[in-house]
Design a protein around this ligand. Structure first.
Ligand SMILES: Cc1cc2nc3c(=O)[nH]c(=O)nc-3n(C[C@H](O)[C@H](O)[C@H](O)COP(=O)(O)OP(=O)(O)OC[C@H]3O[C@@H](n4cnc5c(N)ncnc54)[C@H](O)[C@@H]3O)c2cc1C
Length: 374
């Protein structure tokens, strides 16, 4: 009989793991607390590493079809001057593929559709407790229930119940001191390129989607509970098309950014592993959180059945994901969060003077990862 795996959480990481484990012969059940999968969220950027994982899971072509390749772009100041530009095709030249912007709902649907038929998905299933020997207790629409599994995957996000229970010494996620607003603007008349704009303690990002719509986000430094419910008003005076994009957006999501600041000493406890944000929730500055979750999923699926598979998962995933998380936090501090005018001016000069090839290489190095072929 096939070994059984319970995946807790049906986000990008959990669904990626469910597809990979099922393809590797596991009998998989996904438990998701939301009553149904609804098209929520704004956009996400998938980089070379994440795209290669999606290829390994068999959904790369669908993602490229529903996503928009980021072929050029760069960094600007609030008045619209370019600090650095990425020439069209350069990222592709460096990494073999452009990054792709995609609506989260589209990515989620692709992953859901790719779940093999023998995967059981239970929505409205809130996991309440987990033991290291594989017992999972959950509360479903019909009351409490229990599953026993050979492998339990805690893919339950930054506020992971699994981590809280089985990693009791782990520090809680911390506020980064930044609030982010995100939205999808309707079909846009002009051709836009992927670009971020920096000012003191603030960043705005533009990511075109394939159907002409535009994913955007704005971030500002703000202590928890202090940022306005609506997008911070400073963006109204930033360069075109920022004010117009915001004005055209029907729904705006707001999040106070958090991350796991203290790296976990292990991602494995008995038969239970942590994956994605549950293991290494990171700031979005490198755009790597979901990409790292996909790396976790593909590595776990490749090694989990081996005699020392879970130890191998920990060995392969922990150093890399924690290094990326650390770099992302540092880039946030050096980029969006910087407020001192002198420091901002020096940073901008540095960016202006850095040869584009060098800048691209240093950005690209985190995305330059590929799964080992099974
Ligand atoms: C503003 C912003 C922009 C970002 N942009 C990017 C980007 O461009 N590129 C990128 O790679 N990453 C980006 N990220 C990060 C990325 O969104 C996350 O890293 C990624 O979604 C994590 O996926 P996950 O599956 O680990 O967790 P989640 O997406 O949080 O999924 C966890 C799932 O578990 C479920 N769950 C939780 N508790 C339970 C329970 N007890 N029982 C059952 N189910 C449970 C939840 O309902 C949820 O569905 C961004 C993040 C933010 C905040």
């Amino acid at each position: 009989m096939a070994s059984s795996a319970v995946v807790i959480g049906g986000g990008i990481g959990g669904l990626g793991a469910a597809i990979g484990l099922s393809q590797a012969g596991w009998q998989v059940t996904v438990l998701e607390r939301a009553p149904e999968f609804r098209p929520v969220g704004a956009g996400v950027v998938l980089q070379a590493n994440g795209l290669r994982c999606l290829d390994a899971l068999g959904v790369g072509a669908a993602v490229r079809h529903d996503g928009c390749p980021d072929r050029s772009g760069g960094t600007r100041t609030a008045d619209g001057r370019w600090l650095a530009r990425v020439e069209a095709g350069r990222l592709e030249e460096t990494l073999g593929t452009p990054a792709y912007g995609i609506h989260r709902a589209a990515l989620h649907n692709i992953l859901l559709d790719a779940l093999p038929g023998d995967v059981t998905v239970r929505t409205g299933a809130q996991v309440t407790s987990v033991t290291a020997d594989g017992q999972v207790n959950w509360q479903g629409p019909d009351g409490p229930a229990r599953l026993d599994a050979d492998l339990v995957v805690g893919a339950d996000g930054i506020r992971s119940t699994v981590r809280k229970q089985l990693w009791p010494d782990a520090a809680d996620p911390v506020h980064v001191g930044v609030t982010a607003w995100r939205g999808i603007a309707p079909e846009w008349p002009d051709d836009l390129v992927v670009a971020i704009t920096w000012d003191r303690g603030a960043e705005f990002g533009i990511v075109p989607l394939p159907d002409g719509r535009v994913y955007w986000y704005g971030c500002v430094n703000a202590a928890p509970g202090t940022a306005p419910a609506e997008l911070d008003p400073r963006f109204a005076s930033w360069h075109d098309p920022i004010p117009a994009l915001v004005a055209a957006t029907p729904t705006v999501l707001r999040d106070e950014l958090m991350c796991l600041d203290e790296p976990l000493p292990t991602y494995v406890n008995g038969r239970v592993v942590l994956l994605g944000d549950a293991a290494h929730a990171m700031t979005p500055n490198l755009g790597q959180g979901a990409n790292q979750a996909l790396e976790d999923a593909v590595v776990l699926a490749a090694v989990a059945a081996d005699p020392d598979g879970l130890a191998a998962y920990d060995r392969q995933r922990r150093p890399r994901s924690q290094q990326v998380a650390k770099a992302s936090r540092m880039i946030g501090r050096f980029g969006q969060q910087l407020t001192n005018p002198l420091a901002v001016a020096s940073r901008n000069t540095l960016i202006r003077l850095t040869p584009p090839r060098l800048a691209l290489r240093s950005m690209a190095r985190y995305a330059d990862w590929r799964p080992v072929a099974r």
